[in-house]
Ligand binder design. Structure first.
Ligand code: HEM
Length: 498
């Protein structure tokens, strides 16, 4: 009995391996250089075992090849990685119409709200959604929100001063910046004051913990597998927004709109956009499919900005704590402008060039999205080659590989904010500096994020000297789970009042 069971299992295993290997000649047949896969996992066993993050794996593949593009396999699926700047420019910008979509697929029956997030939307619904969201990011809007955003830095500073004794001057910066970011985005997009520093049990702070909880292994698996194995979305019931958060965001969207309608005022924010859409499309029922378009805009603004901005600021302040000379130069620049103009304003923010360089370096060394992806939406001939990419072909871009390539960034592991000073050099960086992506699907929140990060760090450097604390563990470990770049545990820095 045992022997026949073992034989049966063995046969099933062989059949499974044969089935999963059926595509492994795909790149060879197309004449594309490729990495030799192993049965079942393709080239991503390290990633499935969480020995490497997706970003690190693609960086390793980039560093070990001389080819402008290279084929590989995730499980049974052939994927193409593009390494060459000219091809990258074609796919993201010049030939965008052939690559309108990202890889992950979210099933509306499994995750009705995640499916409405702009990041995951496809072709036409993406186009409509992007058009709806864009007015929230005009320069005039940014300018009108500036003072409100700056008042959030003051709340953070006050709280830090008040709590520094009980914290022995040591704060975990990811938590600190999570609260700050929630306050900034709530006041900017929804015109509500979340007061995260004073209100420990704020539902928004709770929300941030549940959305970006990479310690919850099932959550991490779900979010990562949307990229690794989107064709398993339905079987594994993969989702990005859980039921509790779906209810929270739906209620938030409708409470905001009801309140605003009652007061009959315009606040020049995302809620105005929701109300316009509601009116134009005659949406009345909170639980209809169309109503989730509105809640989807609320989720998009929250989820896309919260984790990315707070994490980037964490890495930037960590590097400034490790590089006291750069920290002092950034501080002197801020003080010079403050002394000249009386304060940091929307108008002089652009003059904080050195600080900008520090933030750019943090984004180069730690891009929160360490790889980018596109799906071929129309058959495409790769320029300068005979390679035809079929509709549906998934293409990955090794952001970390490019950011650490000494061809573009001499001495790439060094934190060097001066790299960005020369404008000619900046031109060259257009394609190989990808923290916000590229082309029509690049991050629409780039300017908002840059303003947020600059005013926050400028405030900290004006008021505190920042050092690595005794609670901090060097070298900083990066989380290998999940698709975003994150510190593995807390980043504890010491803040000495100046
Ligand atoms: C430091 C902060 C941020 C970083 C590093 C960042 C990075 C990125 C990246 C790499 C992408 C993908 C781009 C591509 O595929 O070409 C993206 C997309 C996106 N980001 Fe950001 N982001 C940040 C902040 C924000 C903020 C504040 C918002 C505001 C709502 C936002 C909204 C979005 C949206 C909606 C998308 C999807 C765009 C589309 O598919 O059309 N991001 N972001």
């Amino acid at each position: 009995m045992i022997i026949s069971t073992l034989i049966l299992l063995f046969i099933l295993m062989v059949l499974l391996c044969l089935y999963m290997s059926r595509n492994y000649t795909y790149w060879k047949k197309k004449g594309v250089p490729f990495l030799k896969p192993i049965p079942l996992f393709g080239n991503f066993l390290d990633v499935f075992l969480w020995r490497k993050s997706i970003g690190d794996k693609l960086r390793e593949m980039y560093e070990n090849t001389v080819h402008p593009y290279i084929g590989f396999f995730i499980l049974d699926e052939p994927i193409l990685m593009i390494n060459d700047l000219n091809l990258i420019e074609h796919i993201f910008i010049k030939d965008f119409t052939n690559f309108k979509d990202r890889v992950p697929v979210i099933d509306p029956n499994i995750d009705s709200l995640g499916n409405k997030m702009l990041f995951f939307q496809k072709s036409q619904s993406w186009f409509t959604g992007r058009k709806r969201l864009s007015p929230s990011f005009t320069l005039a809007k940014m300018r009108s929100k500036f003072e409100r955003m700056k008042s959030c830095t003051k709340s953070m500073e006050n709280w830090m001063r008040k709590s520094s004794k009980s914290h022995e001057n040591i704060f975990e910066v990811k938590t600190l910046f999570a609260k700050f970011t929630v306050d900034v985005l709530s006041t900017s997009f929804y015109s509500i004051e979340t007061n995260s520093f004073e209100q420990e049990d704020s539902p928004f702070v709770e929300l941030t913990r549940s959305i970006a909880n990479w310690q919850n292994i099932w959550h991490a698996i779900q979010v990562t597998y949307l990229f690794l194995a989107p064709h398993f979305t339905r079987i594994l019931k993969l989702k990005i927004i859980n039921e509790a958060n779906t209810v929270f965001f739906r209620n938030l969207a409708w409470d905001l709109m009801n309140e605003r309608e009652k007061l009959n005022i315009k606040m020049n924010d995302l809620v105005d956009t929701l109300l316009d859409t509601k009116k134009n499309e005659n949406i009345q029922n909170k639980y209809s499919e169309e109503a989730d378009l509105l809640a989807g805009l609320v989720v998009t603004a929250f989820v896309a900005s919260f984790e990315t901005t707070s994490t980037t600021m964490t890495f930037a302040l960590y590097e400034l704590a490790k590089n006291p000379e750069a920290q002092q130069l950034a501080r002197e620049e801020i003080l010079r402008i403050k002394n000249r103009d009386g304060d940091i304003t929307y108008a002089n923010l652009n003059q904080l060039k050195y600080l900008q360089g520090c933030i750019h370096e943090a984004m180069r060394l730690y891009p929160v999205l360490p790889f980018l992806d596109r799906t071929c939406t129309e058959t495409y001939k790769l320029p300068g080659t005979d390679v035809i990419l079929e509709k549906g072909q998934k293409v990955y871009f090794p952001v970390m590989g490019l950011h650490y390539d000494s061809k573009y960034y001499p001495n790439p592991t060094k934190f060097n904010p001066e790299r960005y000073e020369d404008e000619e050099v900046q031109e060259r960086f257009n394609i190989c500096f990808l923290p916000f992506g590229l082309g029509p699907r690049a991050c629409p929140g780039k300017t908002f994020a840059q303003i947020t990060m600059k005013i926050c760090i400028a405030n900290i450097l004006t008021n505190f000297k920042v050092e690595l604390s005794k609670k901090h563990q060097e070298p900083l470990k990066i989380n290998r789970i999940g698709f975003m770049m994150q510190p593995d545990s807390g980043v504890f820095l010491k803040f000495i009042e100046i």
